[in-house]
Design a protein around this ligand. Structure first.
Ligand SMILES: Nc1ncnc2c1ncn2[C@@H]1O[C@H](COP(=O)(O)OP(=O)(O)OP(=O)(O)O)[C@@H](O)[C@H]1O
Ligand SMILES: [Mg+2]
Length: 467
């Protein structure tokens, strides 16, 4: 590997917003003194657990703790995953937060410990400071020359860019590459832009205040900035955060940079990691880089097996360890890969290292509120009676089942050309889709007509044994 460890990662992926199970969660909903507000940032109730998560969060923010582990334990549907998502949201984009489901470890084309190592290293950020030369100014004019008539079609475009600061104005020649990136960034006269001299990357910082009356070129989110002062060319310190895993991938010879996008990174050699750890340690000593310990969240942690658990035990002791958050809804159950039972299916030695946050079932009022938030999130108008009925259903069956009925009821409502979901619509979907209790009841009554029912009779513990 070359002496210089490469770290440049361009993150230019457009996010596609979809309504997911937790898309209404925008944080933990805590106030400045870490008390949980009753309803805030999409979070309802579960105050103690949220507050505990907030304490962990502030320790993570200070960057002082590494190698700590937290277990969120509680019944199904009590918001364990939601709290982890809230933590991720509250941490923001500069602290790495990696989410995996324990079962993923077994479905990758690599061994379990390699998969876990990658997840760990994804969760550790390296904040790198670099001095770069940039050109920063307000665009006065962009002039793109029309290719001369008769010249071949693919001829490279040329042009001129005039930039100014409060003190000077300069004209730069443009090549094809710069013209493309100016077009891509939709830069136009009146924008304040920066050009990275080393990479040629262009960023639009905002529109110049002097153009604030220029309504044509304004969108609803137009940001206004001052025209830069002084020289056009500046040295600027740029800071970016990349994860250790990203550095690993870029520097492992067989993989290369593109593997990051393909997602199939394969196994990474231990030597590559050792060299990178050394290099990062050097950078830290020289003050060029800082470690940002992030969070690794492993959901459904009871699906890990004994080898994975012992790996976790060891990995948490490394000084480059992230904060580990795991969640499970299991009680005392078999540890995968052994015949021993243990609380949450986690070996006692690991349990002993965990701080445990427990979640409790919701009250009727809280369920109603969560359902209401979900209606808003899914853009469904629901009458109060219908919401009350749905809440009853939520209590009798499960919160998840009730949440799932929202969109189904909205479809039934649309079918009859109604504007608002009413009690009838909820009743209808309640009969169309059975919940677990009714489905089980049905099975008990008609079991003999299904296939393979005899297996159940022989070994009632079958599903458990399969784990
Ligand atoms: N306190 C809350 N505020 C708002 N929404 C919540 C809250 N708790 C749970 N939800 C929502 O209810 C649904 C179920 O919660 P979640 O998936 O977090 O449960 P869980 O504890 O992870 O369950 P499981 O053990 O089955 O994984 C999700 O859509 C979640 O976003
Ligand atoms: Mg969950």
């Amino acid at each position: 590997m070359a002496a210089a460890v490469k770290t440049d990662v361009t993150r230019d992926v457009t996010r596609i917003e979809r309504i997911g199970a937790h898309s209404h969660i925008r944080g933990l909903g805590l106030d400045d003194s870490l008390e949980a507000r009753a309803v805030s940032q999409g979070m309802v109730g579960q105050a103690t657990a949220r507050k505990a998560a907030g304490v962990i969060l502030s320790m993570i923010r200070e960057g002082q703790i590494a190698g700590r582990a937290i277990l969120i334990a509680g019944q199904p549907g009590t918001g364990k995953t939601a709290i982890a998502m809230g933590m991720a949201q509250a941490l923001g984009t500069d602290t790495p937060f990696t989410t995996i489901a324990a079962s993923e470890i077994f479905s990758l084309e690599m061994n379990k410990t390699e998969a876990l190592t990658q997840a760990f290293r994804r969760s550790i950020g390296v904040r790198i400071k670099e001095e770069t030369e940039i050109i920063e100014g307000e665009v006065v004019e962009i002039e793109i020359d029309r290719p001369a008539a008769g010249s071949s079609k693919g001829a490279a475009k040329t042009g001129k860019l005039t930039l100014k600061t409060t003190e000077m104005e300069t004209v730069y020649d443009l090549g094809q590459k710069m013209i493309d990136s100016l077009t891509k960034e939709k830069a136009q006269a009146g924008d304040v832009i920066t050009i990275d001299k080393a990479t040629g990357r262009i960023a639009v910082l905002g529109r110049s205040f002097t153009r604030s009356r220029d309504y044509d070129a304004m969108g609803p989110n137009t940001k206004f900035v001052q025209t830069p002062e002084g020289e056009l060319q500046k040295r600027k310190e740029v800071v970016h955060v990349v994860s250790l895993h990203e550095i690993d991938v870029i520097n492992s010879r067989q993989q290369g940079f593109l593997a990051l996008f393909a997602g199939d990174t394969g196994e990474i050699k231990a030597e590559v990691r050792d060299q990178i750890d050394q290099k990062v340690a050097e950078w830290r000593e020289e003050g060029k880089a800082e470690i940002v310990p992030g969070v690794l969240f492993i959901d459904e942690v009871h699906m890990l097996d004994i080898e994975c658990f012992s790996y976790l035990n060891r990995a948490l002791e490394s000084d480059l360890a992230p904060v580990l958050v795991v969640a499970t809804n299991r009680g005392i159950t078999r540890i995968r890969g052994t015949n021993y039972k243990s609380p949450h299916g986690i070996p006692i030695d690991l349990l002993d290292r965990l701080l445990i946050i427990s979640t409790v079932p919701y009250t009727e009022k809280e369920i109603k509120h969560i359902l209401k938030i979900r209606c808003e999130e899914e853009d469904v108008e629901m009458g109060d009676d219908a919401l009350t009925l749905l809440t009853k259903i939520g209590i009798e069956t499960s919160l998840r089942y009730a949440i799932q009925l929202i969109i189904a009821a909205a479809l039934v409502c649309a079918k009859r050309k109604g504007v608002e979901v009413e009690v009838e619509d909820v009743k209808k979907v309640y009969t169309l889709f059975v919940d677990v209790k009714r489905s089980t009841q049905f099975l008990i009554e008609y079991q003999s007509e299904f296939m393979f029912h005899e297996i159940q009779d022989k070994d009632a513990d079958m599903t458990d044994a399969q784990l």
